[in-house]
Design a binder for this molecule. Structure first.
Ligand code: UT7
Length: 323
Protein backbone atom coordinates (compact mmCIF):
# COMPACT_ATOMS: atom_id res chain seq x y z
CA UNK A 1 0.00 0.00 0.00
CA UNK A 2 1.15 3.55 -0.79
CA UNK A 3 -0.06 6.87 0.52
CA UNK A 4 -1.36 9.20 -2.20
CA UNK A 5 -2.33 12.88 -2.03
CA UNK A 6 -5.80 12.93 -3.59
CA UNK A 7 -7.90 15.95 -4.62
CA UNK A 8 -10.98 16.07 -2.37
CA UNK A 9 -12.48 19.37 -3.44
CA UNK A 10 -11.83 22.36 -5.65
CA UNK A 11 -13.08 25.93 -6.09
CA UNK A 12 -12.18 29.28 -7.54
CA UNK A 13 -12.93 32.96 -7.35
CA UNK A 14 -12.71 35.73 -9.92
CA UNK A 15 -13.11 39.43 -9.08
CA UNK A 16 -16.35 40.95 -10.40
CA UNK A 17 -14.79 43.48 -12.76
CA UNK A 18 -14.25 42.09 -16.27
CA UNK A 19 -12.06 44.09 -18.63
CA UNK A 20 -12.32 43.36 -22.36
CA UNK A 21 -9.37 43.89 -24.72
CA UNK A 22 -11.15 46.95 -26.17
CA UNK A 23 -10.55 48.77 -22.84
CA UNK A 24 -6.82 48.94 -23.68
CA UNK A 25 -7.43 50.37 -27.17
CA UNK A 26 -8.36 53.77 -25.67
CA UNK A 27 -5.22 53.90 -23.54
CA UNK A 28 -2.43 52.31 -25.57
CA UNK A 29 -1.26 51.71 -29.12
CA UNK A 30 -2.77 48.22 -29.21
CA UNK A 31 -5.81 46.41 -30.56
CA UNK A 32 -8.20 43.64 -29.63
CA UNK A 33 -7.03 41.92 -32.81
CA UNK A 34 -3.33 41.97 -31.81
CA UNK A 35 -4.00 40.75 -28.28
CA UNK A 36 -6.24 37.89 -29.48
CA UNK A 37 -3.92 36.85 -32.30
CA UNK A 38 -0.67 36.93 -30.27
CA UNK A 39 -1.94 35.66 -26.91
CA UNK A 40 -5.48 34.24 -27.26
CA UNK A 41 -6.65 36.58 -24.49
CA UNK A 42 -10.06 38.26 -24.90
CA UNK A 43 -10.77 39.51 -21.39
CA UNK A 44 -9.49 39.32 -17.82
CA UNK A 45 -10.75 40.11 -14.31
CA UNK A 46 -9.24 42.90 -12.21
CA UNK A 47 -9.62 43.13 -8.43
CA UNK A 48 -11.59 46.06 -7.02
CA UNK A 49 -9.85 48.82 -5.13
CA UNK A 50 -8.86 47.45 -1.74
CA UNK A 51 -9.49 43.84 -2.77
CA UNK A 52 -6.33 41.87 -1.95
CA UNK A 53 -4.78 38.55 -2.89
CA UNK A 54 -5.75 37.08 0.49
CA UNK A 55 -9.38 38.16 -0.14
CA UNK A 56 -9.46 36.31 -3.46
CA UNK A 57 -7.69 33.33 -1.90
CA UNK A 58 -10.18 33.17 0.98
CA UNK A 59 -13.15 33.04 -1.42
CA UNK A 60 -11.51 30.24 -3.42
CA UNK A 61 -10.55 28.37 -0.23
CA UNK A 62 -14.13 28.47 1.06
CA UNK A 63 -15.39 27.11 -2.26
CA UNK A 64 -12.86 24.26 -2.16
CA UNK A 65 -13.71 23.39 1.46
CA UNK A 66 -17.44 23.38 0.63
CA UNK A 67 -16.79 21.16 -2.36
CA UNK A 68 -14.81 18.75 -0.17
CA UNK A 69 -17.49 18.84 2.57
CA UNK A 70 -14.86 19.95 5.09
CA UNK A 71 -14.56 22.74 7.67
CA UNK A 72 -11.49 24.95 8.14
CA UNK A 73 -10.43 23.10 11.28
CA UNK A 74 -10.35 19.81 9.36
CA UNK A 75 -7.32 21.19 7.51
CA UNK A 76 -3.74 20.72 8.77
CA UNK A 77 -2.03 23.29 6.57
CA UNK A 78 -2.48 26.05 3.98
CA UNK A 79 0.06 26.54 1.22
CA UNK A 80 -0.59 29.68 -0.81
CA UNK A 81 1.31 30.17 -4.06
CA UNK A 82 1.55 33.87 -4.89
CA UNK A 83 3.95 36.55 -6.10
CA UNK A 84 1.55 39.32 -5.10
CA UNK A 85 1.00 38.89 -1.34
CA UNK A 86 -0.93 41.66 0.46
CA UNK A 87 2.17 42.69 2.42
CA UNK A 88 5.87 41.76 2.47
CA UNK A 89 4.99 39.84 5.62
CA UNK A 90 3.17 38.16 7.30
CA UNK A 91 2.27 35.63 4.66
CA UNK A 92 -1.04 35.98 2.82
CA UNK A 93 -1.60 32.35 3.87
CA UNK A 94 -1.84 33.35 7.55
CA UNK A 95 -4.37 36.03 6.55
CA UNK A 96 -6.45 33.34 4.81
CA UNK A 97 -6.05 31.11 7.87
CA UNK A 98 -7.52 33.78 10.13
CA UNK A 99 -10.27 34.74 7.64
CA UNK A 100 -11.35 31.09 7.52
CA UNK A 101 -11.43 30.95 11.33
CA UNK A 102 -8.83 28.17 11.31
CA UNK A 103 -7.21 28.01 14.74
CA UNK A 104 -4.85 25.08 14.32
CA UNK A 105 -2.23 23.84 11.87
CA UNK A 106 0.18 26.03 9.90
CA UNK A 107 0.11 28.29 6.87
CA UNK A 108 2.77 29.72 4.58
CA UNK A 109 3.26 31.37 1.20
CA UNK A 110 5.33 29.90 -1.57
CA UNK A 111 6.73 31.96 -4.43
CA UNK A 112 7.68 30.49 -7.80
CA UNK A 113 5.77 33.04 -9.92
CA UNK A 114 3.73 31.36 -12.70
CA UNK A 115 5.04 27.92 -11.70
CA UNK A 116 3.96 28.59 -8.10
CA UNK A 117 0.99 26.23 -8.08
CA UNK A 118 3.09 23.35 -9.44
CA UNK A 119 5.67 23.98 -6.69
CA UNK A 120 2.87 24.21 -4.10
CA UNK A 121 1.31 20.92 -5.25
CA UNK A 122 4.72 19.29 -5.09
CA UNK A 123 5.35 20.62 -1.56
CA UNK A 124 1.91 19.59 -0.32
CA UNK A 125 2.36 16.14 -1.86
CA UNK A 126 5.72 15.69 -0.11
CA UNK A 127 4.24 16.75 3.24
CA UNK A 128 1.36 14.33 2.87
CA UNK A 129 3.60 11.44 1.80
CA UNK A 130 5.96 12.10 4.74
CA UNK A 131 3.05 12.14 7.20
CA UNK A 132 3.61 15.78 8.22
CA UNK A 133 0.05 16.70 7.29
CA UNK A 134 -3.01 14.73 6.19
CA UNK A 135 -5.15 17.46 4.64
CA UNK A 136 -3.72 20.54 2.93
CA UNK A 137 -5.45 23.47 1.32
CA UNK A 138 -3.36 24.39 -1.72
CA UNK A 139 -4.17 27.81 -3.15
CA UNK A 140 -2.93 29.87 -6.07
CA UNK A 141 -3.98 33.53 -5.86
CA UNK A 142 -2.75 36.71 -7.52
CA UNK A 143 -3.52 40.38 -7.99
CA UNK A 144 -1.09 41.05 -10.84
CA UNK A 145 -3.08 44.19 -11.72
CA UNK A 146 -1.21 45.82 -8.78
CA UNK A 147 2.20 45.34 -10.41
CA UNK A 148 1.43 46.15 -14.05
CA UNK A 149 2.93 49.10 -15.91
CA UNK A 150 -0.16 50.50 -17.65
CA UNK A 151 2.06 52.22 -20.20
CA UNK A 152 3.84 49.02 -21.27
CA UNK A 153 1.63 47.44 -23.93
CA UNK A 154 3.86 44.36 -24.12
CA UNK A 155 2.91 43.27 -20.57
CA UNK A 156 -0.19 45.02 -19.19
CA UNK A 157 -2.59 43.45 -21.71
CA UNK A 158 -1.55 39.93 -20.73
CA UNK A 159 -2.29 39.53 -17.01
CA UNK A 160 -5.35 39.18 -14.81
CA UNK A 161 -6.39 38.57 -11.19
CA UNK A 162 -8.01 35.51 -9.62
CA UNK A 163 -7.67 32.57 -7.27
CA UNK A 164 -8.16 28.82 -7.27
CA UNK A 165 -7.87 26.32 -4.44
CA UNK A 166 -8.01 22.61 -3.85
CA UNK A 167 -7.95 20.28 -0.86
CA UNK A 168 -5.39 17.50 -1.02
CA UNK A 169 -5.80 14.62 1.45
CA UNK A 170 -3.94 11.42 2.26
CA UNK A 171 -5.56 8.27 0.89
CA UNK A 172 -4.31 4.71 0.54
CA UNK A 173 -3.40 3.67 -2.98
CA UNK A 174 -2.16 0.45 -4.54
CA UNK A 175 1.10 2.07 -5.68
CA UNK A 176 0.20 1.75 -9.36
CA UNK A 177 -0.42 4.45 -12.01
CA UNK A 178 -4.14 3.60 -11.70
CA UNK A 179 -4.25 5.19 -8.23
CA UNK A 180 -6.09 8.46 -7.77
CA UNK A 181 -4.00 11.41 -6.61
CA UNK A 182 -0.59 12.85 -7.43
CA UNK A 183 1.46 10.24 -9.28
CA UNK A 184 4.62 12.18 -10.17
CA UNK A 185 6.21 15.61 -10.05
CA UNK A 186 9.04 17.34 -11.91
CA UNK A 187 10.46 20.72 -10.80
CA UNK A 188 13.15 22.85 -12.45
CA UNK A 189 14.61 26.32 -12.32
CA UNK A 190 17.47 28.13 -14.04
CA UNK A 191 18.39 31.47 -12.47
CA UNK A 192 20.60 32.41 -15.41
CA UNK A 193 17.36 33.51 -17.11
CA UNK A 194 16.11 35.66 -14.23
CA UNK A 195 16.26 38.87 -16.32
CA UNK A 196 13.72 37.59 -18.86
CA UNK A 197 10.79 38.09 -16.49
CA UNK A 198 10.99 39.99 -13.21
CA UNK A 199 9.52 42.75 -11.08
CA UNK A 200 11.81 45.78 -10.82
CA UNK A 201 11.10 46.40 -7.14
CA UNK A 202 11.21 44.81 -3.73
CA UNK A 203 12.94 45.18 -0.39
CA UNK A 204 16.23 46.12 -2.09
CA UNK A 205 14.63 49.10 -3.86
CA UNK A 206 12.05 50.19 -1.30
CA UNK A 207 9.32 50.02 -3.96
CA UNK A 208 6.78 47.36 -4.96
CA UNK A 209 7.96 47.47 -8.57
CA UNK A 210 6.36 46.54 -11.89
CA UNK A 211 6.46 43.52 -14.20
CA UNK A 212 9.18 43.53 -16.87
CA UNK A 213 9.28 40.79 -19.50
CA UNK A 214 11.12 39.90 -22.67
CA UNK A 215 8.06 38.05 -23.91
CA UNK A 216 9.46 36.51 -27.07
CA UNK A 217 12.47 35.10 -25.15
CA UNK A 218 10.22 33.55 -22.51
CA UNK A 219 8.03 32.21 -25.31
CA UNK A 220 10.99 30.40 -26.88
CA UNK A 221 11.90 28.67 -23.62
CA UNK A 222 8.28 27.86 -22.79
CA UNK A 223 7.23 25.31 -25.40
CA UNK A 224 10.45 23.32 -25.25
CA UNK A 225 10.68 23.27 -21.44
CA UNK A 226 6.98 22.62 -20.82
CA UNK A 227 6.80 19.62 -23.13
CA UNK A 228 10.05 18.24 -21.62
CA UNK A 229 8.92 18.60 -18.00
CA UNK A 230 5.54 17.03 -18.80
CA UNK A 231 7.27 14.06 -20.47
CA UNK A 232 9.65 13.68 -17.51
CA UNK A 233 6.81 13.66 -14.99
CA UNK A 234 4.83 11.18 -17.09
CA UNK A 235 7.82 8.84 -17.39
CA UNK A 236 8.36 9.07 -13.62
CA UNK A 237 4.74 7.95 -13.16
CA UNK A 238 5.30 5.03 -15.56
CA UNK A 239 2.92 6.61 -18.10
CA UNK A 240 3.06 7.97 -21.65
CA UNK A 241 1.49 10.75 -23.69
CA UNK A 242 -1.24 8.35 -24.86
CA UNK A 243 -2.42 7.80 -21.28
CA UNK A 244 -3.22 11.48 -20.73
CA UNK A 245 -6.91 12.46 -20.71
CA UNK A 246 -6.38 16.18 -20.13
CA UNK A 247 -3.48 18.58 -20.33
CA UNK A 248 -4.17 21.43 -17.91
CA UNK A 249 -1.51 24.01 -18.80
CA UNK A 250 -0.55 27.31 -17.26
CA UNK A 251 -2.68 29.83 -19.16
CA UNK A 252 -0.19 32.39 -20.45
CA UNK A 253 -0.62 32.28 -24.20
CA UNK A 254 -2.76 30.11 -26.50
CA UNK A 255 0.17 29.67 -28.90
CA UNK A 256 2.34 28.24 -26.10
CA UNK A 257 -0.53 25.95 -25.08
CA UNK A 258 -1.00 24.76 -28.69
CA UNK A 259 2.73 24.33 -29.27
CA UNK A 260 3.18 22.26 -26.11
CA UNK A 261 0.17 20.06 -26.95
CA UNK A 262 1.56 19.52 -30.46
CA UNK A 263 4.95 18.44 -29.10
CA UNK A 264 3.14 15.98 -26.84
CA UNK A 265 1.10 14.77 -29.87
CA UNK A 266 -2.05 15.64 -28.00
CA UNK A 267 -5.10 17.12 -29.72
CA UNK A 268 -6.42 20.47 -28.49
CA UNK A 269 -9.86 19.04 -27.71
CA UNK A 270 -8.24 17.36 -24.68
CA UNK A 271 -6.62 20.53 -23.36
CA UNK A 272 -8.36 22.73 -20.79
CA UNK A 273 -8.19 26.32 -22.07
CA UNK A 274 -9.30 29.35 -20.05
CA UNK A 275 -6.76 31.94 -21.21
CA UNK A 276 -9.40 33.73 -23.32
CA UNK A 277 -11.43 34.61 -20.21
CA UNK A 278 -8.78 34.98 -17.49
CA UNK A 279 -5.57 36.15 -19.18
CA UNK A 280 -2.41 35.12 -17.38
CA UNK A 281 -3.20 34.88 -13.66
CA UNK A 282 0.25 33.53 -12.78
CA UNK A 283 0.07 31.08 -9.84
CA UNK A 284 -3.74 31.14 -9.94
CA UNK A 285 -4.03 29.98 -13.54
CA UNK A 286 -3.75 26.23 -13.01
CA UNK A 287 -6.17 25.88 -10.08
CA UNK A 288 -8.56 28.18 -11.98
CA UNK A 289 -8.30 25.97 -15.07
CA UNK A 290 -8.75 22.80 -12.98
CA UNK A 291 -11.83 24.24 -11.27
CA UNK A 292 -13.38 25.59 -14.49
CA UNK A 293 -12.51 22.36 -16.34
CA UNK A 294 -14.26 20.32 -13.66
CA UNK A 295 -17.29 22.69 -13.67
CA UNK A 296 -17.55 22.44 -17.48
CA UNK A 297 -17.72 18.66 -17.16
CA UNK A 298 -14.37 18.19 -18.95
CA UNK A 299 -12.41 16.75 -16.01
CA UNK A 300 -14.02 13.66 -14.46
CA UNK A 301 -13.11 11.31 -11.63
CA UNK A 302 -10.45 8.85 -12.74
CA UNK A 303 -9.11 11.05 -15.59
CA UNK A 304 -5.35 11.29 -15.96
CA UNK A 305 -4.19 14.91 -15.93
CA UNK A 306 -0.84 16.46 -16.67
CA UNK A 307 -0.48 20.03 -15.54
CA UNK A 308 2.54 22.21 -16.34
CA UNK A 309 3.75 25.79 -15.95
CA UNK A 310 6.72 28.10 -16.53
CA UNK A 311 7.44 31.61 -15.32
CA UNK A 312 9.92 34.04 -13.79
CA UNK A 313 13.16 32.55 -12.58
CA UNK A 314 12.90 30.83 -14.95
CA UNK A 315 11.07 28.24 -12.86
CA UNK A 316 9.02 25.46 -14.39
CA UNK A 317 7.58 22.04 -13.71
CA UNK A 318 4.79 19.53 -14.13
CA UNK A 319 2.52 17.37 -12.00
CA UNK A 320 0.82 14.17 -13.13
CA UNK A 321 -2.31 13.35 -11.19
CA UNK A 322 -5.35 11.15 -11.48
CA UNK A 323 -8.54 13.05 -10.64
O1 UT7 B 1 3.37 33.29 -17.46
C1 UT7 B 1 4.73 33.55 -17.43
C2 UT7 B 1 5.33 33.26 -18.71
N1 UT7 B 1 5.03 34.28 -19.68
C3 UT7 B 1 4.74 33.90 -20.88
O2 UT7 B 1 4.64 32.73 -21.14
C4 UT7 B 1 4.63 34.95 -21.94
C5 UT7 B 1 5.41 34.49 -23.12
N2 UT7 B 1 5.40 35.39 -24.24
C6 UT7 B 1 4.29 35.69 -24.97
O3 UT7 B 1 3.20 35.27 -24.64
C7 UT7 B 1 4.49 36.46 -26.24
O4 UT7 B 1 5.87 36.61 -26.47
C8 UT7 B 1 3.81 37.85 -26.24
C9 UT7 B 1 2.29 37.71 -26.33
C10 UT7 B 1 4.21 38.61 -24.99
C11 UT7 B 1 4.27 38.67 -27.45
O5 UT7 B 1 4.06 37.94 -28.64
P1 UT7 B 1 5.24 37.81 -29.72
O6 UT7 B 1 4.67 37.14 -30.90
O7 UT7 B 1 6.40 37.15 -29.04
O8 UT7 B 1 5.55 39.31 -30.09
P2 UT7 B 1 6.90 40.16 -29.88
O9 UT7 B 1 7.20 40.38 -28.44
O10 UT7 B 1 7.98 39.57 -30.72
O11 UT7 B 1 6.45 41.55 -30.50
C12 UT7 B 1 6.02 41.67 -31.84
C13 UT7 B 1 5.63 43.13 -32.09
C14 UT7 B 1 6.63 44.14 -31.59
O12 UT7 B 1 6.72 45.16 -32.54
P3 UT7 B 1 7.97 45.25 -33.57
O13 UT7 B 1 9.19 45.31 -32.71
O14 UT7 B 1 7.88 43.96 -34.37
O15 UT7 B 1 7.66 46.47 -34.33
C15 UT7 B 1 6.01 44.69 -30.35
O16 UT7 B 1 6.41 46.01 -30.08
O17 UT7 B 1 4.40 43.43 -31.40
C16 UT7 B 1 4.54 44.65 -30.67
N3 UT7 B 1 3.66 44.61 -29.51
C17 UT7 B 1 2.38 45.01 -29.55
N4 UT7 B 1 1.62 45.48 -30.54
C18 UT7 B 1 0.34 45.77 -30.27
C19 UT7 B 1 3.95 44.19 -28.26
N5 UT7 B 1 2.87 44.30 -27.47
C20 UT7 B 1 1.88 44.81 -28.25
C21 UT7 B 1 0.53 45.12 -28.02
N6 UT7 B 1 -0.20 45.59 -29.07
N7 UT7 B 1 -0.06 44.95 -26.82
Amino acid sequence: MTTRAVVKGIGHYLPERVVENAWFEDRLDTSDEWIRARSGIERRHFAAEGETTSDLATHAARAALDDAGLAADDIDAIILATSTPDLTFPSAATMVQSALGMTRGFAFDLQAVCAGFIYALSTANAMILSGQARRILVIGAETFSRILDWEDRSTCVLFGDGAGALVLAAEDGAGTPQDRGILAVDLNSDGRHRDLLYVDGGVSTGTTGLVRMQGNQVFRHAIEKLAATAETALARAGLQDDDVDWIVPHQANIRIIQGTAKRMKHSMDRVVVTVQDHGNTSAASIPLALSVGRARGQIKRGDLLVTEAIGGGLAWGAVVLRW
